[in-house]
Design a protein around this ligand. Sequence first.
Ligand code: ITT
Length: 192
Amino acid sequence: MKQIIFATNNAHKLGEVQAVLGDEFRLVTLAECGITEDIPETAATLEGNALQKARYVHERTGRDCFADDTGLEVDALGGEPGVRSARYATDGHDDEANKRLLLERMQGVEARGAQFRTAIALIIGGKEYLFEGIVRGNITLEEQGNGGFGYDPLFVAEGCEQSFAEISAEEKNEISHRGRAVRKLAEFLQEL
Ligand code: ITT
């Protein structure tokens, strides 16, 4: 079984990514590498932040690793919250405040198109690679469902009637931004 570090502090992401990668890969967590501090995410783009996280871990461990940075890009808000998705309402990771603020900004807005976009940065054999996954959909009028995490209760993917918080983890992975990006990563790793 191949081992690779996934530079995330988000247990939900870890579960989603491990499910897509399957038994062939074991994801090594930051805690297992002794990295317990918050990794800076100060870049202006998702790609920049994903690279920043992967480089941080690679510099400290010297090991192959990857990181995911994800944003919800809402058409009517000019792509916001985008790279600021985690810190939309406050400086911290306050999911409830973030969702409230988004619904507030979308009040009365009819065109509710949006996309989740994931950028994955991989550092392997000292080289850097980027992978992207996008899912288009719409912002709901109110929260729907209790599953998933983050903005999931506010997003219904194109072709779906239920939000990401109402479908199973397997169904989300089949169509989601992260599922798509991770499948590209998996194909790349398998061809090495
Ligand atoms: P790491 O940086 O430790 O990986 P994080 O939770 O900070 O974890 P991001 O910076 O990528 O992850 O997340 C940006 C925001 O987008 C944050 O508020 C997440 O809750 C949210 N988010 C990320 N992926 C999501 C998903 O699949 N569904 C819903 N919200 C998501």
